[in-house]
Each structure stands twice: as C-alpha cells, then as structure tokens.
Design a binder for this molecule. Structure first.
Ligand SMILES: NC(=O)c1ccc[n+]([C@@H]2O[C@H](COP(=O)([O-])OP(=O)(O)OC[C@H]3O[C@@H](n4cnc5c(N)ncnc54)[C@H](O)[C@@H]3O)[C@@H](O)[C@H]2O)c1
Length: 303
C-alpha cells in the first residue's frame, strides 16, 4: 500500500483537521483493498489438488452459501461437481445460474426429508459423472420461532423438523451415498460453536449441531471401516448468509467476534472454503471424525 500523505505542518491546523479523517478513510480503504487482494489471490492459486476428483454438493442456496464458496474453490483446484437444490423452480434457477458456468451438468432436486429424492440424486450423479470422491453437506433448517423464542418453548414439531433436516440428513446422505462413494472418499459437514456452548438464540440449532458433531464421529468409525472413507466437520465462525439471517440477533454475534476472537475479526467465507479444500483433498488423508474450528480462534477464549 502506498504511504499516506499526511500534512505535518502545525502552522496550518485546519489542514490537519482535514487530513485526519482523510487518513482514517484511507486506512479503511486500505484494509478493504487488502482483504480483496488476499481473497482474489487465494482464489486464483490452483495447485490441482482436486484434479480427477468428483463430488456432490448439498446446500447451495445462493452465492453467499458456504457450500458455494467451497464448491468454487474445489472447482478451481480441478474438481468435477454435481449440485443439488431444493425442488421449487426458483431454487433450481438460483443454483443453475451459479453451477453451469463451472461446467456442472448434473443439477438435481433434493429435499433431504425425502429418502426417495436423496436416492435419486445419488443415482443421477452416478449416471452423469460416475463414482464420487466427496460429499459436501451444508444443510440446516429451524423454524423462525424456534430461533427467537426461549429454547424451552421449542415445540415438538419444530424440534423434530430441525433435527431431521440439520442432523439426520448427514446420516441419510451417508446411508444412500455409500455405494456411490469411492474407496478413500471424504465427507464434509458444517457446524457451529452453538453445539458446545450456549449461544443466545441459537437454541434448537445448537442441539442439532451437537447431534451432527456426534454423528460425524460415529459415521467416521463406520465409513472408515467400510471403505476408508473420512467424515469431518468444519465449525465455522459467523458469516452473513441466508440461514444466518434466520437467527435473531445474528448481527450482535457478528459484532461480538471481532472484539473477543484472538484474530480480532470475523472470518471470511473463503477461509471456510480453503479449509474445506483441505478436508476434501488428500491433504487431510490421515484425518477423520474431527470438528475443526475456522472461527478466528473465538472458541479458545474463555472470557
Ligand atoms: N453462516 C454461518 O454463520 C454458519 C456458521 C457455522 C455453520 N454454518 C452452517 O453452514 C451450513 C450452510 O449454511 P449457510 O450459512 O451457507 O446458509 P445457506 O442458507 O446458504 O445454506 C443452507 C442450505 O440448507 C438448505 N436446506 C434447508 N432445508 C433443506 C432441505 N429440507 N433439503 C435440502 N436442503 C435444505 C438450503 O436450501 C440452503 O442451501 C449450515 O449447516 C449452517 O448451519 C453456517
């Protein structure tokens, strides 16, 4: 970054009054510029880590989705991708607009509450691109009321729905996907600190994430024995996405992390993507059953 031009002649205090806000602005611009350059350069580096690998992505809703950021990164590294979308035509359009420019041809509907749709999605992916080397599971849902009312008021129906979509779905994907996965494949899901600690308003989703993280360990044991398949989770810090907007008070969480986390900032979506690349490539060939925090270190702080 170019050095700042700051007038230092104290005979002209009016110039200093002008220069200070300008230099603050320049600092802010510099910080944003630096982040953009870092992001762009990370995105542009390709080491071919996913050359020859094929996988299916569950959980893209739009270009803010964490699944999308991971998918883009994997594509840049040479992966061939199949995508799923929620059945409504509007959701299909949103996913197609992103996935087709990556050369994806297999874009199939899948509501994870329906075993038949999960089966059909894997069959279609297998028909179009063959056996798979990875699965990305980036799916969660809880009713708006269960993410705003006190936790003890969660209804039975809301609890079961959130559990089915946010936790059991990983088991269902592994169940139906196993026969289409190659030996040594990798499965990745996304979790959040609310699994381990109380986070205001995260409520039933915290309980779902606890079940999801435990499922990761049990699935890792089963699938490791069956086909040396690895199963891991990234526990991401807060990132502004469609799902995140459903958690009331999410803005407060976003403001809190830069104050408390060791890196004094929020994470960026591309950082989840590069960690995703690690888990879905051979870089992490000896790692399974893990929950890996990508949260600027926030989870390590106890005050
Ligand atoms: N954004 C964050 O701050 C954050 C932090 C940690 C973990 N996560 C987790 O990351 C994952 C992805 O979320 P995101 O933040 O990218 O938001 P997102 O809204 O972009 O993704 C959530 C996805 O879940 C899908 N989904 C919901 N119900 C479904 C169903 N019945 N069948 C199939 N798909 C369904 C949606 O279509 C959407 O694509 C979630 O598991 C979320 O809990 C997010």
């Amino acid at each position: 970054m170019a050095p700042r031009a700051t007038p230092c002649n104290t005979k002209h205090p009016h110039l200093l009054a002008f220069a200070r806000p300008m230099s603050k602005l320049w600092d802010q611009f510099g910080a944003v510029y630096k982040i953009r350059v870092e992001e762009t350069s990370v995105k542009n580096i390709s080491m071919g880590l996913m050359d020859g690998k094929k996988g299916i992505v569950f959980g893209v809703a739009n270009d803010r989705s964490l699944a999308w950021h991971i998918a883009e990164r994997l594509h840049a590294e040479g992966a061939e991708l199949a995508f799923t979308h929620l059945p409504p035509a509007k959701m299909e359009r949103r996913v197609r607009i992103l996935a087709e420019p990556l050369g994806a041809t297999c874009i199939v509907p899948c509501d994870v509450t329906d075993d038949a749709q999960i089966k059909a999605a894997f069959q279609e992916a297998n028909r179009q691109i063959g056996h798979l080397d990875f699965i990305i599971h980036a799916i969660a849902f809880a009713s708006r009321s269960s993410l705003s009312n006190p936790f003890h008021k969660t209804s039975r129906a809301d609890f079961l729905q959130a559990m089915e979509i946010s936790a059991f779905s990983l088991v269902a994907l592994c169940q139906h996907g196993l026969r289409y996965l190659n030996e040594g494949a990798s499965v990745l899901t996304l979790s959040y600190l609310g699994a381990m600690k109380v986070v205001p308003q995260y409520n039933v989703m915290g309980v779902c994430k606890a079940a999801l993280e435990s499922s990761v360990r049990y699935l890792a044991a089963d699938l490791g024995r069956e086909k040396h398949i690895r199963v891991n989770a990234i526990s991401a810090g807060p990132v502004q996405t469609l799902s995140a907007a459903g958690v009331s008070g999410f803005d407060k969480i976003l403001r809190h992390y830069p104050q408390k986390s060791p890196l004094h900032r929020n994470i960026r979506a591309h950082e989840v993507a590069t960690s995703g690349l690690y888990f879905l490539s051979d870089l992490s060939s000896g790692v399974t059953g893990e929950v890996h925090y990508v949260d600027a270190g926030y989870n390590t702080i106890g005050w």
